[in-house]
Design a protein around this ligand. Structure first.
Ligand code: NAD
Length: 370
């Protein structure tokens, strides 16, 4: 493992982590890390990342992000995360995943889910070993959150609550989406259903822009047929990065981290940004957006549809219940963060983090110590 040295000073604060566990099973070459950050709100949920270079520090940061996201979303769950130090293409994957599952059998406060390098099949193997995993295949009672568009649905609900705050009406509002994948294509679909007009979308290969409006169904077909949104027959084809400066009312980054930064933040014309991706803007760019009066709803509020869906699955709910829960939670939390941000004159991200920390601290008052 790249890091074996642990100091309490480096990791610990008022929230956690409560456990950092290093796993080693020499018989099958398993090397893993589990960080359970905080369980005051409930058992921790967070994905298992499989990568050759995954580190304790990375797993800790992701576990903390899950503590805040789950609390901000109002879920009865704490935050945790795990890493398996291996190439996800290894032919030994099933053996490693199964060994990992057995090694965490007694860490009952951690519920694994999929993350980079793991998927629903891996979760099926874990479920077989320890009957404790999220993001299961449908046949095992899972709700396929990417297929149903859980995160995109939540973003569209968030848009409806945030729009009036920046004098926008969703019906007729123009939308640009960076990244037309599981998150991007579904938010496009749900916003179109609410009457918004998609004018631009991008992926790894470029941007398609048509101020007259792009049909979401036709764009999905073009992407399947040609492998990219730029295969769409109408509109203008532009470079990938050009999407950020296009005229639109709502901009949704739904691909990479840090894609809104000091070099493009001044070019943004949107009135409302909904963060579909995790940390799509640098902290400096977020502050600049706030100064420019652009309403920017942070990831831990706007993209909580996926984790909410996973929680509903864990508690035995069905798809219809997942949609209901996402709508209710995302709307309420968006409202709360916006009103805090306005009342206290702080950036929406700070309002969201403050809200999450308060909820966790409140839950911690119910825990006995010793
Ligand atoms: P995905 O792989 O399905 O889609 C990503 C899309 O982004 C693809 O269309 C890809 O071509 C495009 N892309 C990649 N690099 C790009 C670039 N440089 N410029 C423009 N487009 C680019 O992934 P996803 O599941 O849609 O996740 C997208 C983001 O949302 C990630 O940051 C992920 O962590 C975050 N997120 C996803 C979920 C979820 O439910 N899937 C939930 C919360 C957050």
């Amino acid at each position: 493992m790249s890091e074996t040295c642990f100091t309490f000073e480096e990791y610990c604060d008022d929230l956690g982590p409560i456990k950092i566990v290093h796993l080693h099973e020499p018989s099958c070459g398993l090397r893993g890390i589990v960080v359970i950050d905080n369980v005051a709100c409930g058992p921790s949920i967070g994905g298992v990342r499989m990568a050759p270079d995954v580190s304790t520090r990375e797993v800790f940061r992701l576990a903390r992000a899950m503590t805040l996201k789950n609390a901000a979303a109002g879920l009865p769950h704490g935050g945790g995360k795990a890493g398996i130090v291996a190439d996800p293409r290894t032919p030994d994957k099933a053996r490693l995943i199964r060994a990992f599952a057995r090694a965490i059998r007694d860490l009952v406060d951690y519920i694994p889910g999929p993350d980079m390098g793991t998927d629903e099949i891996c979760m099926g193997w874990m479920h077989d070993e320890i009957k404790r995993a999220l993001g299961l295949p449908r046949v095992l009672g899972g709700i396929p959150l990417d297929e149903i568009g859980a995160t995109g649905f939540g973003l569209a609900e968030c848009a409806e609550v945030a729009a009036p705050v920046c004098n926008l009406v969703i019906k007729g509002a123009t939308v640009a989406i960076e990244g037309f994948g599981n998150v991007g294509k579904h938010v496009a679909r749900f916003l179109e259903e609410k009457g918004a007009k998609l004018v631009a979308a991008s992926d790894r290969k470029g941007t398609i822009y048509d101020p007259a409006g792009i049909s979401v169904a036709a764009l999905m077909e073009a992407k399947v047929a040609s492998g990219s949104v730029v295969g769409y027959s109408k509109g203008k084809k532009l470079d990938q990065a050009e999407i950020f400066g296009l005229p639109c009312d709502i901009l949704i980054p739904a691909a990479r981290p840090d894609c809104i930064h000091k070099d493009n933040v001044e070019t943004i014309q949107a009135k409302l940004i909904l963060q579909g991706a995790n940390i799509p803007a640098t902290p400096e760019a977020e502050t600049r957006l706030y100064q420019r009066g652009i309403l920017n709803i942070p990831d831990l509020i706007a993209n909580a549809g996926g984790v909410t869906c996973a929680s509903v699955e864990y508690h035995g709910g069905n798809e219809a219940q997942a949609f209901q829960e996402i709508s209710q939670k995302v709307r309420r939390n968006t409202q709360e963060v916006l009103s805090r941000s306005r009342k206290e004159g702080i950036e929406p991200r700070k309002a969201a983090v403050d809200l999450a920390r308060e909820r966790v601290r409140h839950a911690m008052t119910f825990r006995a110590c010793g």
